[in-house]
Design a protein around this ligand. Structure first.
Ligand code: GDP
Ligand code: IMO
Ligand code: MG
Length: 424
């Protein structure tokens, strides 16, 4: 069985935890898009892993990991992650494959990201400053792109970098009055990256098709969330890739029809980091309660996450565009202690009731969420092992969400640990 795990909200839904659990029964885990803007957390007992580029299956020594074509790879972050796992006794030797066609994030991309965001002031996107947008822009522009395969031919890469930096430095000086970046320094980093990563770089498309032909089971790990998708999210407050499940075929060359199941991951409420519309946002003490109880601070940047009620209109949209079969609903425990809960079941736009999420932000800005009220529960549910262990009101909350989104909830998170998961 080949499964795609994808976030249905604005990221940080708990994909890392779900992938880690499902990876037990998979041979291969593939990251198909995004870059080190992602921060996926896996908690096993008292051990916590935060992964940015390595697939979350990497903590299981028997799982093969693939970083596919459409991932933008920051080699410094990736090497740091490989070394970090090695220090904890987990090695990637012979079980990590990086696409030769994946694009490389270099220091000037991160610089460009920061300079642009700073210059935008209150109009900034609130990016993770990981160089994601600039790297994807260079990929689309083609002339100034660097791919993993370029690390194989260092003399040619050196010439390429001279051209790239001549262009970028002019841009940085003219637009931002910034200091030029040194070709020698960037080239020196590339030499080190090449030495460390060369053994892992290959044609991952051929490798994946061979593995699929041998009947291996593959898990596709989405990064970010469907509402951050470049083409289908709340543009321009999105990331620069197809972060919904629509990104799988383009991202790794495996056709959508090879995927047997699409599992959407959502929190029992909603969060968002960075700027952009968020109809059910709670800019009040309830939002603050959720943030503190759920430890809603970014895995990559540490920024406080904006928190709000569960939005069934937004989740249903992600389910539709992403061909989602079933859901994992995480952080149910975080809602414990709230007297009453609200779920957005429709929007009112220009006096009309709407069930379809308008991704266009001008129309979304006019959306007024219409809420259903449900009773909360006081009990701590962190020890619940089965659906029946949950308090009546928690079960009713899950069932109502299932009805609103029209898909079964198969997994329920009652705490960050691998073991704190109910299989329904
Ligand atoms: P991802 O980017 O989708 O992998 O999610 P993140 O790792 O960025 O953020 C999810 C956070 O919630 C992490 O700190 C997880 O350890 C934590 N988490 C995951 N599932 C649950 C859950 O069911 N309950 C609680 N309390 N925390 C959870
Ligand atoms: P995971 O995989 C949450 C958000 C940023 C910003 C916007 C653009 O952990 O769910 P970028 O750096 O990509 O140009 O930023 O997208 N963003 C995320 N938010 N989780 C993520 O990843 C995110 N990756 C990007 O906060 O609003
Ligand atoms: Mg995250």
């Amino acid at each position: 069985m080949n499964i795609c795990v994808v976030g249905l909200q604005w990221g940080d839904e708990g994909k890392g935890k779900v992938v880690d659990i499902l990876a037990e029964n998979c041979d291969i885990v593939v990251r198909y898009g995004g870059g080190s803007n992602a921060g996926h957390t896996v908690v096993i007992g008292d051990e916590r892993f935060a992964l940015h580029l390595l697939p979350s299956g990497s903590v299981r020594q028997n799982v093969v990991c693939v970083i596919a074509n459409a991932v933008v790879v920051d080699p410094a972050v990736l090497i740091g992650e490989i070394d970090g796992l090695a220090q904890r006794g987990i090695t990637l030797t012979n079980r990590l494959f990086i696409s030769e066609n994946a694009h490389v994030v270099l220091d000037y991309h991160k610089r460009e990201d920061q300079l642009r965001e700073e210059s935008l002031g209150k109009h900034k996107i609130g990016t993770t400053n990981r160089g994601i947008g600039p790297c994807y822009a260079d990929k689309v522009g083609r002339s100034y792109a660097v791919r993993m395969s370029d690390l194989r031919n260092l003399p040619e890469l050196s010439t390429k970098l001279q051209n790239i930096l001549a262009y970028k430095n002019k841009l940085f000086a003219a637009l931002y009055g910034a200091e030029p970046m040194s070709v020698v320094t960037v080239m020196e980093s590339c030499r080190q990256y090449a030495a460390r990563l060369a053994p892992f770089v290959t044609d991952t498309t051929e490798w994946l098709h061979t593995a699929l032909g041998q009947g291996k089971s593959v898990l596709f790990e989405g990064a970010q969330g469907s509402l951050l998708d470049l083409d289908h999210g709340t543009f321009p407050y999105v990331t620069s890739s197809n972060s919904s499940s629509l990104g799988v075929p383009a991202g790794c060359g495996v056709p959508a029809r090879r995927i047997d199941k699409y599992l959407g991951v959502a929190k029992a409420y909603t969060t968002r980091v960075g700027a952009g519309p968020f109809p059910t946002e709670l800019d009040n003490e309830i939002g603050q309660y959720i943030r503190e109880k759920g430890h809603e601070y970014g895995t990559t940047t540490g920024r406080p996450r904006r928190c709000g009620w569960f939005d069934a209109v937004a989740a249903t949209y992600s389910i539709r565009i992403g061909s989602i079969d079933a859901l994992a609903l995480l952080h149910l425990d975080t809602l414990g202690g709230l007297k009453e809960l609200f779920v957005c079941s429709a929007y009112e736009i220009d006096g009309e009731k709407k069930m379809f999420f308008p991704a266009n932000i001008d129309r979304l800005a006019k959306a007024r969420p219409l809420y259903e009220r449900l009773d909360g529960w006081e009990e701590d549910i962190g020890q619940a092992q089965t659906f029946r262990d949950l308090p009546k009101n928690a079960r009713a909350y899950v069932r109502r969400i299932e009805e609103l989104i029209g898909k079964p909830i198969e997994m329920i998170g009652v705490g960050p640990k691998r073991s704190q998961t109910i299989m329904k």
